[in-house]
Design a protein around this ligand. Structure first.
Ligand code: GDD
Ligand code: MG
Length: 367
């Protein structure tokens, strides 16, 4: 069986990171997200995928080309010129699909669910489409799904308002679709599978669901991306490592009195100066530098990020090549875009987002 991976979205909610890196390639434990997606599909017995691309397709294609270890797993690219939406993106991929059912996956979900079981259940009901559901605390950011006792979908409401919330079960973004569903998608325009196709299938009593209780997360916001990073580092999902996970590349330059706290992942070419503390579910991309006495905890530093002496980064995301000046404090889910400069002595907090390339003068922001 083949899969279509939807990876054409703009990643708006994960800006400023997604100005430079498509959501499908943001790293978790220094492995691009797409790597987890491919592992998930291959683990579920899928033989090949069509990537439904739109925004920033080139780095995604390059990642696949450079991986080169997909032995036998075929990858095709369907690139759209303008956004076609979630159903339009599937339609655009159809020319690469063989006849028969297909798995469709939102390219931003991290999950340990059993894909083989989903396919099996789909076959057993004979429905045109089967969607996997997961339980979340606040369904308003997702597609809410009401089901009957026999798991036929009774209602699908994309992004329900708080007063429409009747269940905690939402669309997990993993579907099995029969070819008839692809024929229902009008060609050449933007079509949302959640808003147009699922409600029509539901009316025809052709949409079934099953619930997965496995790990599941949509990494589309800074909060959920950082949480997924923490979860992968601490072994809640992925390779199954524990809280003692410590992967520090052998090229790392570590000066005296450095504290490395697991779980932590440090990629090639990093430098950690004397007295610094790095870890507590942090990951440092290639070529990062952490200055004397600086602290990096519970954070993601992307390639080439620099944290100067005495600075503190906690629970935040630092874009590629960004620089945090001496004694600055970056905490509380702050998100810094690529190459921005936080001058010394600034304090960033409360989910502040700094656009790529912005320079904050010393001591200009405090909370
Ligand atoms: N090719 C293509 N074209 N892909 C797209 C487009 C498009 O125009 N728009 C979005 N995508 C891709 C995104 O890149 C992402 O991987 C996936 O489709 C889902 O889009 P999101 O923008 O992340 O949607 P969402 O998270 O708000 O909601 C969706 O996912 C939830 C689960 O994570 C919906 O399917 C919800 O019903 C669902 O609960
Ligand atoms: Mg999403």
């Amino acid at each position: 069986m083949q899969a279509v991976i939807l990876v054409g979205g703009l990643g708006t909610r994960l800006r400023p990171i997604t100005y430079d890196i498509p959501k499908a390639l943001v790293p978790l434990r220094n492995k691009p997200f797409m790597g987890y997606t491919l592992d998930f599909l291959r683990g579920g017995g899928i033989e090949g995928a069509v990537l439904s691309l739109g925004y920033l397709p080139d780095p995604i294609q390059r990642y696949i080309d450079e991986r080169g270890d997909l032995d036998g797993f075929s990858v095709e690219y369907a690139v759209e010129e303008r956004p076609l939406g979630t159903a339009g993106g599937i339609k655009n991929a159809a020319r690469f699909l063989q006849d028969g059912p297909v798995v469709v996956l939102n390219g931003d979900v991290l999950t340990g669910m059993d894909l083989r079981k989903a396919i099996e259940l789909h076959r057993s009901t004979g429905a045109l489409a089967t969607i996997t559901l997961t339980s979340v605390e606040d369904p308003t950011a997702y597609g809410l799904v009401e089901v009957d006792h026999d798991m036929m979908v009774r209602r699908f409401i994309e992004k329900p308002s708080p007063d429409e919330v009747t269940t905690n079960l939402v669309n997990a973004g993993v579907y099995v679709l029969e070819p008839e569903v692809l024929e229902m998608i009008p060609p050449g325009r933007e079509v949302s599978i959640e808003r147009e196709i699922f409600p029509r299938l539901q009316e025809r009593r052709q949409l079934y669901a099953h619930v997965s209780s496995s790990y599941w997360k949509d990494i589309g916001t800074p909060r959920s991306y950082l949480a997924a990073s923490h979860d992968v580092l601490s072994g809640a999902v992925g390779a199954g490592e524990g809280f003692d996970y410590m992967d520090v590349h052998r090229s790392t330059l570590i000066e005296k009195n450095v504290r490395i706290l697991p779980p932590v992942s440090v990629a090639e070419g990093c430098e950690i100066s004397a007295g610094a503390t790095v870890g507590g579910r942090s990951s440092l991309g290639r070529g990062c530098r952490v200055g004397e006495g600086a602290v990096v905890e519970g954070s993601i530093l992307l390639d080439g990020a620099v944290v100067e002496a005495g600075a503190v980064v906690r629970g935040s995301i630092v874009g590629p090549g960004a620089r945090i000046g001496e004694g600055a404090i970056v905490r509380g889910l702050s998100v810094l875009g690529a190459r921005c400069v936080v001058g010394e002595g600034n304090v960033l907090d409360q989910g502040i987002r700094i656009n790529p390339g912005v320079v904050l003068q010393p001591r200009s922001v405090s909370f």
